[in-house]
Design a protein around this ligand. Structure first.
Ligand code: COA
Ligand code: ZN
Length: 311
């Protein structure tokens, strides 16, 4: 399909997908995966993170990855960062955009980032002060729909933290459902409120399929006015510092759904399915996504062979 996409899907497999894998994928294979992804029509790929290598050993080679991937016109390569050190490393390696992360839940933020809200917000202020407008800064609010330690997250707190992000120079916002605690009703409510603070072109929703609600949450968010969604090839992913974490919404499952209901994604679904089918050889286990196993509904199986026995 050509023309402007109706929905923007940002691929996060190279970051969220690989950060929780027990095997450390080699730098060359990461580069190969990102280069293949960037041929499939994505405008945005989160290609790695620049965090403490002790916290996330699987992504310790972000510098080498960003330096070696093929830059394709129109593709923004995003780097996740927790602090100024991460921002400096990411910029030196050639990232096009920074994705700063803090959790709505202070308990999860301490587990994930070793900081309270004040610590993370000062880190963001430092990042915007040092980068001085040289690079776009997105800020993600993790556990924005619920936290495995604290449970429900109050909407007033979520909105206050987004305002705090915007005051410190964040130019766009992601609401992340780190351990799949959102549901369509909550998503509709939260998206409507957040769209009062953030324009729809600058809001991304990031869902995990931990309780099987990933795709319905995307559709609820889209119906409520959101346009941009994160997804991960094969449905890999999860936060290593959140108990019970599991994979993101699966990219090819989401693209398949969009195609079935007539939403243009600008992505090459057969190419995504083919690449997803290679994931087991990269991570050493089957991926949770479903369309790569079943194929598209329009890929009809040949009719069973009728065998006529000679009499
Ligand atoms: N890149 C590389 N190294 C970094 C770094 C960065 N962005 N920020 C800090 N470090 C190093 C420090 O230099 C220090 O190294 P040392 O022990 O060799 O001296 C070590 O990491 C610890 O840093 P410190 O400032 O003492 O804080 P900490 O141990 O509380 O860790 C974070 C804080 C934020 C660096 C760490 O919790 C982290 O990287 N979290 C990210 C988790 C993540 O990626 N989760 C999934 C995505 S949301
Ligand atoms: Zn995630």
């Amino acid at each position: 399909m050509s023309g402007a996409p109706d929905i923007i899907i940002q691929e996060v497999c190279p970051r969220d997908g690989l950060q929780i894998e027990p095997v450390i994928v080699s730098t060359e294979r990461k580069i190969g995966l990102i280069d293949r992804l960037s041929e499939l029509g994505f405008r945005r790929i989160e290609a790695g993170s620049f965090v403490s290598p002790r916290a996330v050993p699987a992504l310790a080679d972000g510098d080498a990855v960003f330096r070696s991937i093929v830059r394709r016109q129109g593709v923004t390569f995003v780097a996740l960062i927790p602090n100024r050190r991460g921002a400096e490393r990411a910029i030196a390696a050639g990232a096009d955009e920074l994705n700063f992360v803090m959790s709505a839940s202070e308990t999860h933020n301490r587990a994930n980032m070793g900081m309270d809200h004040e610590g993370s917000l000062s880190a963001l202020a430092e990042v915007t002060a040092t980068t001085g407008g040289r690079i776009h800064i997105n800020a993600t609010l993790a556990t924005a729909f619920g936290c495995p330690f604290e449970g429900e997250q109050d909407e007033g707190k979520v909105l206050r933290l987004i305002e705090a992000y915007l005051r410190r120079g964040a130019q766009s916002i992601t609401l992340a459902d780190t351990t799949g605690m959102a549901n369509p009703k909550l998503v509709r409510q939260r998206v409507k409120s957040v769209l009062g603070l953030v324009p729809r072109d600058e809001l991304t929703l990031h869902f995990h399929n931990t309780r099987g609600l990933g795709l319905v949450n995307v559709m609820a968010g889209f119906d409520a006015g959101a346009l941009r969604f994160d997804a991960s090839l094969g449905g890999l992913g999860g936060c290593p510092f959140a108990p019970g974490a599991s994979g993101n919404v699966c990219t090819e499952d989401l693209v398949n759904l969009c195609e079935d209901i007539g939403l243009n994604t600008g992505l090459d679904l057969p190419g995504l399915i083919a690449l997803s089918r290679e994931l087991p050889s990269i991570v050493g286990h089957a991926a949770p996504g479903q369309v790569a196993k079943a194929g598209r509904a329009c890929d009809l199986h040949p009719a069973p062979l009728r065998i006529t026995l000679a009499d």
